[in-house]
Write a protein that binds this ligand. Structure first.
Ligand SMILES: Nc1ncnc2c1ncn2[C@@H]1O[C@H](COP(=O)(O)OP(=O)(O)OP(=O)(O)O)[C@@H](O)[C@H]1O
Length: 510
């Protein structure tokens, strides 16, 4: 048996495991096994269609209903149930070596068992005749992410908000696959397998190469490597090398493609591989250079920095050093929050805090530093001359830690700063008792921690949960807002709604 080697110089090609195992029986026999999925209880949820039904629904597989062509045949739009159901009809394949295949373990069964809003879900199948095996899946009217990213100058390319949302939606779908029991490894994550639904949400489709089972399962251990060159994990050379981190690698390539608008492999460029081209630029912190030049870099530099670092971590050559999809999802949530936050929060963040600067990925050691830094926040305060910077783990520096500022023995975990922060005046994090002692200015306690603002000259319009609250202290009106980790774009979505504010800012209105 030969194994597939991913060579960045090669053209994109889909590699089917059947090409690797010459000893396997002819296709017909394999298909028979796949068809037996229809008898499997697990596949019972899927609807069975007759060929005549699907032929009628697609207008006899007419050119009018043609959606696209994949390596296994043409895909057609089908109108079913008297127009109530629009679906896509495509040929299906089985990807398992017959020697280890269990009847029913194929695309139909995987799709029947794993349903998720981020996937192109199965509606049914047609297993009527040998050459007429068809899958009926949800119809995605807005084409593929590949088409969106690489359509020529006639179509406006998606902006950063959409790109980041697409990346997050795909990451969530992959994470859901990896979390299912037993896990599903997709093995073919690429932009042409990401389809865009009617609500402009990205969905992961095409489970033709997917494997369901634990890495130690016979089926997984005996299925030869497969995937699409350009996206394929270079460390996946033998069946035993497969892990969910192979999907992470492919996702990293997809992320680079989303950032740069470049194909995974494009022979018009040197180097042709997006990873060989982008990672050295990321190493040198030239983040702007990897952005799709049709849309330029995002206005907030931290967004592209975090995206690029995340992609670089996903495509690391050592599988074990790549993040899991759970961390990828969390990182992308933070990036999305940051990218979509109103300009006022960006300005505030620039004054009081930032997601950490990345370090170059010169080698594994530096890359590890980057991978650590992604989970840390740099707290900054002060003017350029007087600025002090301290790096604080987000995990440690979560809202609980701030809330625990007065707890015994916890003080060292709290960041104290007393530096000018531009027009917001002087800011200091302090313990509650100290706050009560010193409370003279427009200040509000937030749990056990507090922020004091002095010399504030700002009268700008700020949006916050408590904006507009009337503070009569000192005889004047003031506006007040609470600042939390999520507002600064450095928290996680999980605590949303429950997190305690880090501090409040009170701004005199005059
Ligand atoms: N559910 C769907 N809804 C709408 N269009 C679809 C759907 N599935 C596939 N298509 C269209 O058909 C094309 C071919 O899809 P298919 O999944 O067969 O192949 P592919 O993923 O592009 O390539 P390969 O089979 O080589 O992996 C897609 O690029 C897309 O334009």
């Amino acid at each position: 048996m030969g194994y597939l080697r991913c060579n960045a110089e090669s053209a994109i090609a889909v590699c089917d495991p059947y090409n690797w195992d010459r000893s396997q029986p002819r296709r017909g026999r394999v298909k028979k096994r796949a068809v037996s999925a229809s008898n499997n209880a697990a596949a019972a949820a899927a609807r069975e269609f007759s060929y005549a039904e699907l032929s009628a629904a697609t207008g006899g597989f007419s050119a009018d209903n043609f959606l696209g062509k994949g390596s296994h045949g043409a895909v057609f739009r089908a109108v079913l149930d008297d127009g109530k159901l629009i679906a896509a009809v495509k040929p299906f394949r089985s990807n398992f070596a017959p020697a280890v295949a269990t009847p029913g373990e194929n695309e139909i069964e995987i799709l029947s068992r794993v349903r998720h809003p981020g996937l192109v879900n199965l509606i049914g199948f047609c297993a009527a005749a040998e050459e007429r095996k068809l899958l009926v899946v949800e119809y995605m009217p807005n084409g593929s992410l590949h088409d969106l990213l690489h359509s020529g100058p006639t179509r406006r390319p998606p902006g950063w908000t959409k790109r980041i949302r697409f990346a997050l939606q795909v990451a969530k779908a992959v994470h859901a696959l990896h979390c299912s029991d037993p896990p599903v490894i997709h093995r073919d994550i690429k932009s042409s397998n990401v389809l865009i639904d009617g609500k402009w949400k990205a969905r992961l489709g095409d489970f033709g190469l997917a494997l369901r089972g634990h890495v130690e399962d016979v089926r997984v251990r005996c299925t030869p490597p497969a995937g699409t060159l350009g996206y394929l994990d270079p460390g996946y050379l033998a069946p035993g090398d497969l892990s969910s981190k192979s999907d992470v690698f492919s996702f990293g390539i997809l992320l680079l493609e989303i950032i740069s608008g470049r194909n995974a492999i494009d022979v018009n460029f040197s180097p042709p591989s997006v990873v060989d081209w982008a990672v050295p630029l990321i190493n040198r912190c030239e983040f702007g250079s990897i952005c799709d030049e049709r849309i330029g870099a995002p206005s907030d530099g931290a967004v592209i920095r975090s995206l690029a670092v995340l992609a670089a971590r996903c495509v690391r050559s050592t599988a074990g050093k790549r993040p899991g999809m759970a961390s990828v999802v969390e990182a992308l949530k933070g990036i999305r929050k940051r990218a979509e936050s109103p300009a006022i929060w960006r300005q505030l963040r620039q004054r009081v805090g930032r997601v950490d600067e990345m370090e170059p990925l010169e080698d594994d050691r530096d890359a590890a530093a980057v991978s650590n830094s992604i989970g840390r926040a740099t707290v900054r305060a002060g003017s350029r001359k007087t600025r002090k910077v301290s790096s604080v783990s987000i995990a440690e520096h979560g809202s609980d830690v701030i809330g625990d500022a007065t707890a015994e023995g916890e003080e060292e975990r709290v960041v104290y700063r007393s530096r000018s922060i531009g027009s917001f005046g002087e800011m200091k994090l302090m313990k509650a008792d100290e706050y009560y002692r010193l409370n003279k200015a427009a200040v509000r306690t937030t749990g056990k921690g507090a922020v004091r603002l002095r010399k504030s000259r700002s009268t700008g319009v700020l949006n916050g949960r408590r904006l507009g609250r009337n503070n009569s202290r000192g005889g004047g009106r003031s506006t007040e807002m609470e600042v939390s980790m999520s507002k600064l774009g450095i928290g996680s979505d999980e605590n949303k709604g429950q997190e305690k504010p880090l501090f409040s800012i009170v701004l005199p209105s005059s």
